[in-house]
Ligand binder design. Structure first.
Ligand SMILES: NC(=O)c1ccc[n+]([C@@H]2O[C@H](COP(=O)([O-])OP(=O)(O)OC[C@H]3O[C@@H](n4cnc5c(N)ncnc54)[C@H](OP(=O)(O)O)[C@@H]3O)[C@@H](O)[C@H]2O)c1
Length: 326
């Protein structure tokens, strides 16, 4: 099959489509003929040689896909060849085929496009595990999302509004904030012009901060919290470390958590995907959450797709069409 794997660290130009052996499904796995694959920040870090793959994961890029089941390994219940599905992967998505544990596969909701749904598994699983599970979101709470128009942001705004939350967002421009407003965000903060922590305090504070920035935002994220607030750190775009002021944390009775999805155990990923199936997919089926796709590139143009992603100008997801390999 054609696939894109890690060779030497470097820029987008290091990415190339190669001929590699087809994967074979093991017990408990299905083989998917991939249609779409989503780009994620971890793919860029992997390409730069700054992201460790979970043990046993292939060096083929790609953490989320959509496609059609072509083979079910021994002992598979619930899916048959021909079913259209999406899947969360440790790796292996920038390819024509992938074998994946059936617990990490979900049926595609009716009315959703086969390629565009490739951008759902990583985002939805991250939101469910951080907002609903670890973050213990309750209806009526306020959630602050940094990176309003990234893949996480555009989906997160809609999901949290749909489950009864108030949404605050930060972004670098008013144009991006206007997108967030149209998706339902209630509190819009241009972080280039306004101190987000002071604004959040004026708005009553955040019960949950979905933090994609990390180190450079640690103090301000604590300042932005309501009492008993939870900071859920999922990204380090502002650096991996910061100074934790325990006095400020204790005064807020607050907590700081960090999670990674990619290296979780297969059992944890199965539980998270079951959460996505129950808590998110009904809203996609009902049209309450719209998928926002910036652009779809052929797999053969994977380098251009990465270069586009790294401008940070995109709104929503950048995807690959893995059926287009030359
Ligand atoms: N822990 C996990 O399991 C997990 C899972 C999925 C994603 N993530 C992480 O979550 C983050 C967001 O993912 P995504 O898919 O939404 O990425 P994305 O589509 O690239 O969006 C990231 C957004 O963050 C904003 N941003 C970038 N650098 C910033 C900075 N230094 N300070 C403030 N804002 C900044 C950018 O918009 P502005 O122009 O508005 O700044 C951009 O829209 C990434 O860091 C990703 O690695 C983690």
């Amino acid at each position: 099959m054609k696939a894109v794997r890690f060779r030497t660290p470097g820029g987008p130009e290091t990415l190339a489509v190669e001929e590699l052996p087809d994967p074979r499904p093991q017990a408990g796995e299905v083989l998917i003929r991939i249609a779409g694959a989503g780009l994620n920040r971890a793919d860029s870090l992997q390409r730069l040689g700054r992201h460790n793959l979970p043990p046993g994961a292939s060096e083929i890029f790609g953490m989320e896909v959509s496609g059609t089941i072509v083979e079910a390994g021994p002992g598979i219940d619930g899916f048959i060849p021909g079913d259209q599905v999406m899947a969360l992967l440790a790796s292996g998505g920038y390819a024509e085929y992938v074998a994946v544990s059936v617990g990490h596969v979900l049926a595609i909701p009716k009315g959703i496009g086969l390629i565009e749904v490739a951008g759902v598994p990583e985002v939805a699983a991250t939101l469910v595990s951080n907002i609903c599970h670890t973050g213990r979101f309750a209806p009526g709470e306020t959630v602050l999302i940094h990176g309003a128009t990234g893949g996480i942001g555009v989906f997160g705004i809609q999901l949290i509004k749909t489950i009864g939350g108030r949404v605050a967002v930060t972004a670098s421009s008013d144009t991006k904030l206007e997108v967030a407003r149209r998706l339902g965000a209630d509190i819009l903060i241009n972080y280039e012009e306004e101190d987000f922590a002071k604004r959040m305090l004026a708005e009553g504070g955040a019960d949950i901060v979905l933090d994609t920035v990390g180190g450079s935002y640690l103090a301000k994220n604590i300042e932005a919290l309501a009492p008993f607030g939870r900071i859920m750190t999922i990204g380090m775009q502002g650096g991996p470390s910061g100074t934790l002021n325990f006095a400020a944390l204790m005064k807020k009775k607050a907590s700081v958590s960090g999670t990674l999805l990619r290296d979780r155990s297969p059992e944890q990923k199965t539980a998270i995907m079951a959460g996505v199936n129950r808590l998110v997919l009904p809203f996609l089926t009902a049209g309450a959450i719209r998928l926002i796709t910036e652009r779809v590139y052929p797999l053969s143009e994977v380098a251009a797709a990465h270069a586009h992603f790294e401008t940070k100008a995109h709104v929503g997801k950048i995807l690959l069409d893995c059926r287009q390999t030359d």
